[in-house]
Design a protein around this ligand. Structure first.
Ligand SMILES: Nc1nc2c(ncn2[C@@H]2O[C@H](COP(=O)(O)OP(=O)(O)OP(=O)(O)O)[C@@H](O)[C@H]2O)c(=O)[nH]1
Length: 468
């Protein structure tokens, strides 16, 4: 029988090890742990071993080659398959590096070599309530300065973006360190988390104190549901109220919208030498269909009896949290867009989606804003830029794909999650970044343009708190 697996993620210092130690002490079954830390010293492995009186051995396996989701392709799979052969245990917990994305790890257990021996049960993300509040929920404060420390292997991914990626891809959110926030702050954090990640169950803790049943023995992980769970993706599916259609830019209705940004471009054309590409491949939606309904997932998910599942005691509206989308079929001017991204309103908590930037006619660029930083990364290629034969093949494969006679699938589609955000004002500012009619006729290659060009390449634009 396949052994159940839980993946435990969360920002550095959020309380993963604390939670895990408590869990190992209280669990009524044999739990094996694989710990990954960035860097060679696996403090966590030692700590967990020491606290749980495990013999030095294979119960705690330390992966030492850096970030779990990048280096682990083979190492994690090999380690866990070997562990399963050599040891007898009932449940496996992977404590993931504080700076890794959970999705590639989860995929190892869904389709990778470890899939046969293991059943992925849940991805659990631990959030530091204090830090999350100060960074994302407290519009009034300047927040902590942007930290690049802990960025991914490219060294360019903003930490806040990774924190949200972990929140957006999980089944259970553990809001820890609640002793360090007051009740109102805690409720604000929970409301914001519910918006950023509408699917996950949320529990609040101090020192990670949870019943082991809350963490182990929950339900079967659903990769597709988890992949589609993020609030920003849902915003793009729902096509909120900002498509005002008053700009003449051919706003349209996306019947096929839940393929989100990945649908619109091909992943075939890039260079595999760059390890970040692995992430992009992992995000490809080509390998699953979207015939499911989110409602079904929600129903399944909420049925499994946790106390703290969504009772909507903290309606996001009460905290001024709004979710909107911005869709335009006209390219951004690179310079004006960059200037806007360096001066976004602090009330914009999260924004993510695809950008069409003039002068980058081939590159489908994903914009991801979190905290005070925004990254632009080439994550694919517009189908319209492919040679005719391949272009037509892709189009045949995606009959629902909206296609403009002149521009094909090129478009910008951004989710805007805000707190007390003046959405109309932001939409106006975004519209001001679109090419004017005169610019549409100009030579776009003459625009000064810092947007990335190669697949996987990214730039980060920091918001310095407005012009000084
Ligand atoms: N005040 C407070 N401190 C906590 C809580 N949970 C954990 N801590 C402390 O926070 C620090 C970090 O906790 P860890 O459990 O090591 O965090 P981690 O997520 O495993 O950290 P990394 O291994 O660095 O990713 C430790 O000093 C813990 O004692 C909590 O609920 N409240």
């Amino acid at each position: 029988m396949a052994t159940s697996v839980t993946i435990l993620c969360g920002e550095l210092g959020a309380g993963k090890t604390t939670l895990l130690s408590g869990l190992l002490e209280s669990a009524d079954r044999d739990v094996a742990v694989v710990v990954n830390d960035v860097g060679a010293i696996n403090v966590d492995a030692d700590l967990v071993e020491a606290r749980t009186h495990l013999e030095t051995g294979d119960e705690v396996v330390a992966l030492e080659n850096g970030c779990i989701c990048c280096s682990l392709g083979g190492e994690l799979s090999r380690s866990v398959v070997r562990l399963g052969r050599e040891r007898d245990f009932d449940h496996l917990v992977i404590e993931a590096s504080g700076v890794g994305e959970p999705e590639p790890i989860a995929r190892q257990f869904v389709r990778g070599p470890a899939a046969g021996a293991y059943d992925l049960e849940a991805v659990v993300t631990v959030v530091d309530a204090r830090r999350f509040h100060d960074r994302f929920a407290d519009v009034g404060s300047v927040g902590e300065p942007p930290t690049i420390e802990g960025a991914d292997e490219t060294g360019t991914r903003p930490l806040a973006d990774l924190v949200l990626a972990q929140v957006e891809f999980c089944d259970l959110l553990v809001v820890n360190k609640c002793d360090l926030v007051d009740v109102d702050e805690r409720d604000r954090v929970v409301a914001l988390l519910e918006t950023i990640q509408p699917r996950a169950e949320i529990v609040t803790t101090e020192y990670g104190a949870l019943e082991s049943d809350d963490l182990l023995g929950t339900q079967r992980f659903d990769l597709e549901a988890a992949t589609d769970a993020a609030g920003w993706k849902r915003a793009l599916e729902d096509e909120g109220g900002t498509d005002r259609g008053d700009d003449g830019h051919d706003d349209h209705d996306h019947a096929h919208s839940h393929d989100d940004h990945d649908h619109a471009h091909s992943h075939d054309d890039h260079d595999h030498a760059h390890s970040h590409d692995d992430h992009d491949h992992a995000h490809s939606h080509d390998d699953h269909d979207h015939a499911h309904s989110h409602d079904d997932h929600d129903r399944e998910h909420n049925d499994h009896g946790h106390e703290h599942s969504h009772d909507h005691a903290h309606p996001p509206e009460r905290y001024g949290i709004t979710v909107d989308s911005y869709c335009r079929r006209r390219p951004f001017h690179p310079g004006r867009l960059a200037a806007l991204l360096a001066d976004l309103p602090p009330e914009l908590v999260r924004s993510k989606g695809l950008c069409w930037i003039a002068g980058r006619e081939r590159q489908a660029i994903t914009m991801s804003h979190a905290g005070r930083e925004t990254s632009l990364e080439v994550t694919g290629r517009w189908i319209a830029s492919l040679p005719e034969q391949r272009r037509e093949r892709y189009r045949r494969g995606q009959p629902d794909l909206e296609w403009d006679e002149q521009w094909g699938d090129r478009e910008s589609r951004l989710a805007l999650i805000g707190r007390d955000l003046d959405v109309d004002a932001l939409v106006d500012r975004l519209d001001d970044c679109l090419l004017t009619d005169a610019e549409m006729d100009a030579d776009w290659s003459t625009f000064e343009n810092d947007a990335p060009t190669a697949m996987g390449e990214s730039i980060v634009i920091s918001d310095e708190g407005g012009p000084s």
